[in-house]
Structure formats: C-alpha cells, structure tokens
Design a binder for this molecule. Structure first.
Ligand code: PBG
Length: 329
C-alpha cells in the first residue's frame, strides 16, 4: 500500500545523531547551582535523614565537598547556614562570625574559583523558625527588612558573590540593594526568590536546617499555590526594586509559572528544584519503583525546556555527570 504523507516527523528521529542535530533544549553544567548546608562544630559530615546523600558539613571538612563539586564541573553553590544559637531576632544571621560568614571566608580563601551565592532569610536563625521578626504572632514586614539588609551586607562583606533573599517580605529587594550599594557593593547581584510558594515540598529542608516554624505556617508571606497572576506581580515588583535574576520555587510542579515568568520578563530566570522533589525521587528509587538517574535526567531536561536559565538542585553533580556522559543535553 502506498501512502502519500508529506509530513513525517519520525524522519528526524531515526538516529542519535539526527536527534542531536534537531534537539531544542541544550544543557550545560555552567547553569547548575548546588545547594548545601554548613554547621558549626568540627569534623562533621552528617547525613540528613530525609535527604539521603545530602549532608550537614562543618567548615573544616568542607574541602571534601568543594573538591567534589569542582571535579564535577559545577561552578556555583548556594550556601545555607545552621547556627549554634537561635534567638527571637535571628541575630546570628548578621554576625561577622556567623556560620555563613565564616564559611564564605574559608571558601574564598581556599576555593576562590567557586561562585558563592548565599540564601538570605531569618528562619534558620530565629528561635520561632519564622522568616522574620515576630510581633504577636504576625511576622512584621518592615522590621524584618532591616535585619535582612544587615544580613545581606554581612554576607557581601564576608565574600559572597551573589545574594539570594528567600524570605518573601515586601520591599526586601529595595532594602537589600540599598544596603549593598551604600557600602560599595554595586556589583553584587541579587537573585530574588521572587516567586516562592508556601509549599509542603520544603519539608525535608526544614529537617535539614531545623527551621520549621514553631507555630503557624508561612502562608502570610509565601505565596498561595492557587495563584499564578500574583507571580507576575511579585516578579514585576522585584525587577522595579533592582533584582538581577528572578527565581521560581519549587520546580517540577510549578513549570507553568516558570514559563510565564520567562516569557514576560527580560531577566534570567532560575528554578529551584527543592528538597521534597529530591527526596521523592530518592525514596521511589530506593523502593525500586523508578530508575533514579533516568527520572533525574528527564525531569531536569523538562525544567530547562520550560524555560529555566539556571537550575538549583541537590542533584547538580549527578546531572553534570549525565551531561558529560551524553545521556542528556
Ligand atoms: C529559607 C528557605 C527554605 C528553602 C530555601 N530557603 C525553606 C522555607 O522557606 O521553609 C527551601 C529549600 C528546599 O526545600 O530545598 N526560607
């Protein structure tokens, strides 16, 4: 039988080489960011129970991780600190000798080629676990701006290459930009967690950082996951206040939001594939229900296809390997 088909999309799928020629999404380890946790203390490499394969590191053992990162081809990291003492105001967040500040000085001294982005938020530092200063049981927006700005500045002074505020207070980008500029850090970029939803996908992170709120939840500052037009408003505000890079978070379940932000704005867009996404894949793989690296590869490509310019993920090193081996990209 003879069919007169003029269009045969399968023609461009016949071999690996031709599929490589027409591929629409290209990946590079340059665009991956690896997040990790630093703790006070010595000789600590403690596995996070809900995030197998991820650890809390003391500064004296960080070189093990940093060497591994460099070997994998990753150039950028996102640093989270777990302090020894927490108080109502989160004052260890802007301490010159705070955990993030010490880690920054160490990395900049011994690993100057690693690009250090720091998460700026209060929840790891406050005794109540909220992302700001509490008044009654409400997180006070404008009081929090002051401590965020102080914290961001102290990170810059300790050597941070980029500041990433994740608190979701109104006006924080302007407050941080002003604090940085006033002290001469005009070239320190801000990657704003512009579109950060209140999400159960952060569960394992809160175990890792011991930062779950002691009362209530984060719904009065993080976004409601029913909304996407509000995401555009948040991104617009951040751009008007001076954000250099916009972030959408979480990743996989929020790719519609990512695409919208990417199409609307002329700023690089980062996607944070968060702890819960990592842990779900780990758990499924451990049970033998899914093939871990195939799922990681596929979901990573999908996140870039949807518009991510930068991907922040606990799987960054494994992804770099998949790219190197030609399994994705
Ligand atoms: C701090 C912060 C959180 C995450 C990044 N920065 C936790 C939260 O908002 O509760 C989550 C990251 C992850 O789940 O991997 N505010």
């Amino acid at each position: 039988m003879k069919f007169e088909l003029t269009q045969r999309p399968r023609r461009l799928r016949t071999t690996n080489i031709i599929r490589g020629l027409v591929r629409e999404t290209r990946l590079s380890a340059d665009t991956l960011v690896y997040p990790f946790f630093v703790v006070e203390g010595v000789d600590i490499k403690e596995e996070i129970p809900t995030m197998p394969g991820q650890y809390r590191w003391s500064i004296d053992r960080l070189y093990e991780l940093l060497n591994e990162i460099l070997k994998s081809g990753i150039k950028s990291v996102l640093i989270f600190g777990i302090p020894n003492v927490k108080d109502e105001f989160g004052s260890s967040a802007w301490d010159k000798n705070g955990i993030v500040q010490k880690a920054l000085r160490y990395i900049k001294k011994y690993f100057p080629d690693i690009y250090c982005i720091t998460d700026v938020c209060m929840c790891e530092y406050t005794s109540h676990g909220h992302c700001g200063i509490i008044c009654g049981d409400y997180v006070d927006n404008d009081k929090t701006l002051e401590v965020l700005a102080k914290t961001a500045l102290s990170h810059a002074e300790a050597g941070a290459d980029m500041i990433a505020p994740s608190d979701m207070m109104d006006g924080r980008i302007a407050a941080i930009r002003k604090a940085l500029d006033n002290s001469g850090y005009i070239n320190t970029p801000i990657m704003s967690y512009s579109v950060k939803y209140s999400s159960a996908f952060y569960g394992p992170f809160r175990d890792a950082a011991d930062s779950a709120p002691a009362f209530g939840d984060r719904k009065s500052y993080q976004m409601d996951f029913h909304n996407s037009r509000e995401a555009i408003l948040e991104a617009e505000l951040d751009i008007s206040e001076g954000a250099d890079i916009l972030m959408v978070k979480p990743g996989m379940a929020y790719l519609d939001v990512l695409k919208e932000i990417k199409n609307k704005f002329n700023k690089p867009v980062a996607l944070y594939s968060v702890s819960g996404e990592y842990s779900m894949i780990k758990a499924g793989a451990k049970l033998g229900y899914i093939d871990e690296m195939s799922i990681v590869g596929e979901s990573t490509v999908c996140m870039y296809r949807a518009g991510a310019d930068i991907l922040i993920t606990y799987y960054a090193m494994e992804i770099a390997k998949l790219i190197k081996e030609g399994k994705i990209g």
